[in-house]
Design a protein around this ligand. Structure first.
Ligand code: KG4
Ligand code: ZN
Length: 336
């Protein structure tokens, strides 16, 4: 089964081809990605209309590139998968429209995939994929969730953010410090030159007794601290960045450990853009090593949005019988 996956939910156009035989873990044949970061940088964030237009420009050339690299032709495709949501409505419509048009033209079925399920299953693209069951920490720009995962489509939500997502906390704090967009990587880079204990920042809901998160208060605390510093901010920016990163990572690690306690599982999968964060990986690895818990991450370049995870999630859903591809090409997207 040859699956083409298209991702266009936000500011990356991603296309990939994945091949699946029987029930074996599908393999990635090729993937191509175009990031719009440079285009949006001038505006300090993603401009939805510009994102949609750029997806239109990029998606077909990327698809051609992927097929060529895979040594396959359009006619070889068995299924065309696309991100159905969540994401920006206009951006999603591009991927969905192209996928359904390809499906209709080739007389092949299509499959809409949940973006977060793509992230969740992205560690299966690595050479040493995880085994079910596991605890999943999903940390992206829009979501922060802890899940118990027993198999494809068998997901129990253990806890989630009640306000901002972890990536949002990184991005908004970075913006307050004038670090530009996307803030997470920029803040994390600057943090390497600072001290994580320089400023005392709140760890909201750390002792709440449940697995929910809250990051909105942290952003306010960072703003208050930045104002208090005034002229000194420039000189102390690295310390403030390091303290912010430390606070976010501390909460993510402790809640993940609590989820492991609650579920008595011994495997963790971390996915989503914030999963690329160096400090998070270091601290989670250290804490889990002490407990004999194995941590799986997607490969670094597959942590943020990409087409490979969409093709992979589609292939795994089809293999597990969780979903059937459809030849009804009247698509809809689910922005929320
Ligand atoms: O998964 P993703 O690419 O898109 C969404 O589905 O949201 O995640 C993007 C988020 C952004 O908030 C970005 O700032 C954050 O992931 N991010 C990072 C790092 N790399 C990306 N946050 C902290 N450290 C990083 N190294
Ligand atoms: Zn994402």
């Amino acid at each position: 089964m040859l699956v083409l996956g298209i991702e266009s939910s936000c500011d990356e156009t991603g296309v990939a081809a994945v091949e699946a035989f029987g029930s074996a873990t599908p393999t990635l044949l090729a993937h191509a990605l175009h990031s719009q970061i440079e285009m949006h940088q001038a505006y300090g964030g993603v401009v939805p209309e510009l994102a949609s237009r750029d997806h239109i420009r990029r998606v077909l050339p990327l698809a051609e590139q992927v097929l060529e690299q895979s040594g396959r032709a359009l006619a070889d495709l068995d299924v065309v998968a696309y991100t159905r949501g969540p994401g920006l409505a206009g951006a999603l419509l591009v991927g969905a429209g192209v996928a359904c048009a390809l499906g209709a033209a080739l007389n092949k079925p299509v499959l809409g995939v949940h973006h977060l399920e793509g992230h969740l299953l992205s560690p299966f693209l690595s050479a040493d994929p995880p085994r079910f069951p596991f605890v999943a920490l999903l940390v992206s720009g829009g979501h922060t969730q802890l899940m118990r995962v027993d198999g494809v489509g068998r997901y129990d939500l253990l806890g989630e953010t009640i306000d901002d997502a972890a990536g949002e906390a990184f991005d908004k704090s970075a913006k307050l410090m004038g670090l530009g967009y996307p803030g997470g990587p920029a803040l994390s880079k600057l943090a390497q030159q600072g001290r994580g204990d320089a400023f005392k920042l709140p760890r909201p809901l750390l002792h709440s007794g449940n697995l929910d998160f809250s990051f909105a208060g942290l952003k306010t605390a960072v703003m208050t601290q930045a104002r208090k510093l005034g002229d000194e901010l420039e000189a102390r920016k690295a310390d403030l960045a390091a303290s912010t990163e430390a606070a976010i990572v501390d909460v993510l690690v402790k809640k993940t450990l609590a989820a492991l306690d609650d579920t008595a599982l011994d495997r963790v999968v971390v996915a989503g853009g914030v999963g690329a964060n160096r400090l998070l990986r270091q601290q989670l690895d250290a804490a889990c090593r002490r407990r004999g818990v194995r941590v799986h991450y997607p490969e670094l370049h597959l942590c943020t949005d990409n087409g490979a995870m969409i093709a992979m999630a589609a292939a795994m859903r089809l293999q597990s019988g969780q979903q059937e591809a459809t030849s009804v090409y009247a698509f809809d997207v689910k922005p929320r």
